[in-house]
Design a binder for this molecule. Structure first.
Ligand SMILES: [Cu+2]
Length: 142
């Protein structure tokens, strides 16, 4: 009996680990009515093109509590510069879930430029922490 119970707990812990990929997700979404933008908002999330010389540039806008894009996908190359070009009307915190991670303080200002590199290939989420949204997930290739 005890053996079976231990196995069960281990599988629950495994599932919990899988959910930890994105940080500080709220425990429940029932009390966040603003967290569900219209589906059409995602179609506007066109990521900027990747040019070999300039690395990857991702434009991010925050206007009246709405981030653009959200849940976008783009690609980058490990070791090549990735630039987040941010125009915001509110202070926030940009969190790049790479290893090691990067945190950038966003001010209420246009054309803020945050540059970083990712050395370890993989999927890297970029989150706006105050808004609790994932702006873009970057697939970093070797
Ligand atoms: Cu984060």
């Amino acid at each position: 009996m005890t053996e079976r119970r231990i196995w069960l707990q281990a599988s629950v812990i495994g599932a919990a680990f899988a959910a930890v990929a994105a940080c500080s997700s709220p425990p429940s979404s029932t009390d966040s009515p603003s967290a569900a933008p219209s589906p059409s908002a995602q179609s506007a999330a066109t990521t900027s093109s990747t040019s070999a010389d300039a690395g990857t540039v991702i434009e991010v806008t925050v206007d009246k509590g709405v981030a653009t894009p959200t849940n976008a996908e783009t690609q980058a190359v490990a070791g090549q510069p990735i630039v987040l070009q941010v125009t915001s009307d509110a202070a926030d915190s940009l969190h790049v879930h790479s290893v090691p991670e990067h945190v950038f303080d966003v001010a209420a200002a246009p054309d803020q430029r945050f540059e970083f590199t990712v050395d370890i290939p993989g999927r890297v989420a970029v989150e706006l922490h105050d808004l609790h949204v994932t702006v873009v997930t970057i697939e970093v290739r070797p």
